[in-house]
Design a protein around this ligand. Structure first.
Ligand SMILES: Nc1ncnc2c1ncn2[C@@H]1O[C@H](COP(=O)(O)OP(=O)(O)O)[C@@H](O)[C@H]1O
Length: 195
């Protein structure tokens, strides 16, 4: 059964960095929401224009649109997928089964990985990243407060449905990735035992 991991956390918590390393170590597909959506926004078709419009207004993607992008862009998912930056809202969390369908792995085992960092670390990493137009300190604070407002509800909704692990993500990348792999393998063993 493929394993689908959803990496969530504050902006700058290290979601895409960790997701990329995890996908490599697990030998599975990755779906880095921010990267894929920015790439999609450059395409001159209906989906691309809709995504571009919402990105320019810093809007969360509605589930049907996100699923259309997943259907188009996710790689072969038979060995699983690591998603980052999804779910961002309670509605998106409840729609995870629809996202699994769109990724072509309807019955996959699901695991959530929450990366925890203090607000100061989040703001600091985003300002350092600085390569994207949206990486201004003001926008970072706005996004961080949106994240803080929503994260408890999302974590609760996730954890009542699927295994969900939270990790301290203030350490270096290698340590966070190792801790994530250890947490995931403990959960995978337990999922396997239940079968
Ligand atoms: N554990 C870490 N320690 C130090 N810097 C990190 C760590 N994880 C990510 N970073 C750096 O912080 C910035 C934001 O990481 P990113 O993965 O883009 O975060 P997110 O996807 O959560 O917004 C990047 O410059 C990245 O290289």
């Amino acid at each position: 059964m493929p394993l689908v991991v959803f990496v969530v956390g504050a902006p700058g918590a290290g979601k895409s960095t960790v997701a990329r390393h995890l996908a490599e170590r697990l030998g599975c597909a990755e779906f880095l929401s921010g990267d894929v959506l920015r790439r999609t926004a450059e395409q001159d078709d209906e989906v691309g224009r809709d995504v571009a419009d919402r990105l320019s207004r810093d809007e969360t993607m509605p589930v049907p649109l996100y699923c259309r992008v997943v259907r188009r862009e996710v790689g072969p998912a038979d060995k699983g997928v690591v998603f980052d930056g999804f779910p961002r809202t309670l509605e998106q969390c409840l729609a995870i089964p629809t996202v699994l369908d769109a990724a072509g792995v309807p019955g996959a085992d699901v695991l959530g990985l929450g990366l925890l960092v203090p607000a100061t670390v989040s703001i600091d990493r985003i300002s350092r990243r600085g390569e994207r137009a949206e990486d201004t300190a003001h926008l970072a604070r706005t996004r961080l407060s949106t994240h803080v407002r929503r994260s408890t509800d999302i974590a609760t909704a996730f954890a009542t449905r699927w295994p969900y692990v939270e990790l301290d993500a203030t350490d270096g990348i290698a340590q966070v990735v190792d801790a994530a792999l250890a947490a995931l393998s403990a959960r995978v063993d337990r999922v396997a035992e239940r079968r």
